[in-house]
Design a protein around this ligand. Structure first.
Ligand SMILES: Cc1cc2nc3c(=O)[nH]c(=O)nc-3n(C[C@H](O)[C@H](O)[C@H](O)COP(=O)(O)O)c2cc1C
Length: 261
């Protein structure tokens, strides 16, 4: 997989979507990126050559929780061939609702292969000094977040170009009922009711991914779980209703073949 260029395609009447896309692109590459600005109808009438080996940031603002009809119509003239794409929507701090999903689905219909996506806040087009809504956004913190998002895309891009990706993740989940309660339907090994109060689970995941091509990915994950409550672990249940002290430290190896189409 060889990604030749990063390009921005957008519909952005008041310029915030364009600004967000530019900031994300700065996190991906130091090179000057090509802009395909489809905001003005005259620009949108120029023919757009089909995309293939590029990474495309495709962006639009949110209007009424959806994509602007004009943006959809402009984007519909684009043709791509499994080109990697990042759909981005920018909204005025009310809600982005279905817009990101709509852009992702549209990108797939156009022939793109979305590999990440995001919704960012921009100043609401209806904002005034007296009725401010996200005035001045994207601000310096938004720009920083957009660049950081771009840096993550860059890592992903490098991984996809080489075919190999390494990943690590640490997760914690704590459940605390504040007082002991009886697990109805369960008994312990002595036939007594089982009472629990809380559990704290930590998981470390180390993964290796191998992309064979645009459509096929193999994934192997090693997971280690730590459980604080020995009655609430994957091995604490024997039969339908018998709970006994299980392993509080559990190892798992998970393998997955993923097909994109
Ligand atoms: C007609 C219209 C509808 C909008 N609807 C929403 C909305 O549903 N939710 C929201 O958070 N912002 C909404 N906005 C605000 C825009 O999404 C926001 O201002 C965006 O940053 C504009 O992007 P642009 O500068 O690229 O044109 C709306 C703006 C307009 C003009």
């Amino acid at each position: 997989m060889n990604i030749k260029q990063v390009k921005l395609i957008y519909f952005s009447p008041t310029g915030t979507t364009q600004k967000v896309l530019e900031s994300i692109a700065q996190g991906i590459t130091d090179e000057v990126v090509e802009h395909i600005n489809l905001t003005r109808p005259d620009n949108a009438q120029k023919p757009i050559p089909p995309f293939s080996d590029e990474l495309i940031l495709i962006g639009a603002p949110v209007y009424g929780g959806r994509l602007p009809v004009d943006a959809i119509n402009r984007f519909k003239q684009i043709k791509a061939s499994k080109t990697l794409a990042i759909p981005i929507v920018v909204y005025g701090n009310r809600e982005f609702e279905d817009a990101l999903l709509e852009l992702k689905n549209l990108a797939i219909d156009l022939g793109f292969h979305p590999v990440a996506g995001a919704a960012f806040i921009g100043e609401h087009s209806f904002a005034t000094k007296d009725a401010p809504i996200a005035n001045g956004r994207p601000d310096s913190l938004d720009v920083q977040k957009a660049k950081a998002f771009g840096a993550k895309i860059k890592e992903k891009k490098i991984g996809m170009e080489s075919g190999w990706e390494l990943a690590a993740r640490y997760e914690e989940i704590r459940v605390d009922a504040q007082k002991p309660f009886q697990l109805t339907g369960f008994i312990d090994i002595n036939g007594n009711p089982v009472t629990v109060e809380d559990n704290f689970v930590r998981t470390l995941t180390l993964g290796v991914n191998k992309y064979i091509n645009y459509n096929v990915k193999f994934q192997v994950n090693y997971e280690h779980d730590w459980y604080d409550n020995s009655f609430l672990t994957p091995t604490s249940r024997t039969g339908d209703n018998l709970l006994e002290s299980g392993d509080v430290s559990v190892d798992k190896v998970l393998m997955r073949m993923q097909l994109f189409f």
